[in-house]
Design a protein around this ligand. Sequence first.
Ligand SMILES: Cc1ncc(COP(=O)(O)O)c(C=O)c1O
Length: 348
Amino acid sequence: MLADGGDGLPPVSSDLSSNENAFGPSPRAVAAARASLSLPERYRESAAKELAEAIAERFGLDAGRIVVGHGSDDLLARLARAFLNAGSELVHSRNGYLKFPNYAHANDARPVPAADRCLRADVDGILACLTKRTRAVFLANPDNPSGSYLPGAEIRRLHAGLPERVLLVLDSAYAEYVDATDYEPPERLVDEAPNVAMTRTFSKIFGLAGLRLGWLYGPPLVADAVRRIGVTFPVSTPAVAAGSAALADRAHAQMVFASNGAIRRSFSEELCRLGLHVHPSQANFVLVRFDDEARPAAAAYKFLRATGIVTRRFASPAYNDHIRITLGPNRELSRAARGLAAFLTGAA
Ligand SMILES: Cc1ncc(COP(=O)(O)O)c(C=O)c1O
């Protein structure tokens, strides 16, 4: 997100608020998007199919079960529209991805928040929420804002506890950033189960947030239902061109993965040395807790903002003591760390 310097605040020099890709997209993706603009007056009939085939090839999946859309948000919203109705329930981790309740409300369904453990999704908490009315469980893995993840064994335990009529939706927006060895690629369970779907995005590791491109992989009936309720041309020509080129540039994605992992480690260690609590993250952001009442998170946010650095605060009381910081370029994170050091020591 790009913010201006309204409200008498200095202009934003570092936007570390929206979990965008600090390294940008593959230059080949940008070039492909530009080149695709030669016939903007045309609908591109085959765009969605071409992209689904490119995704299938890259990740070794069945193209017929892939649905593409306007960011993974579009696919999550369509899943909710296809599977929820008045009186049905969507179970989600209480402090997990904050949009999940909206998907229920938009379809007159009831969002049911499941207890978590220290902001991390909890399988038993989710299973305890199941009722006759439960239609779907939405889980972001890794989760946002906490950056936490559930290992494959826990996801399988969750799935084993669900009746087959309940759809498990694994929102895997940050899957490509994970380096935990016990994380299981979500497509494996999708391939084995009739009631599991996953959503993925081009907004994060592929650096194409502004082009709005996401995809779903699910059982044939789920994919079909979601495809049918989409708009006629669900993705734009430049987005498809960029997405296909981004998929092909494996070296760029690998560079982003490795750089993000290194920065995640070093930045987390730096903030820990300042006495802050950093939730272990598997994503491209870290959630930071401020335990000193004299130096609270809200003041830290304002302090950084006054130096042009924007981070993210959340309205939910569970996040009162936290700010979330997107892992930006090294130079910007060094500034953020220096700013936090000055804030904590009162040296500013
Ligand atoms: C967990 C999670 N899911 C889904 C999304 C939606 O991403 P997009 O619609 O850009 O694919 C986001 C965006 O930040 C996210 O954090």
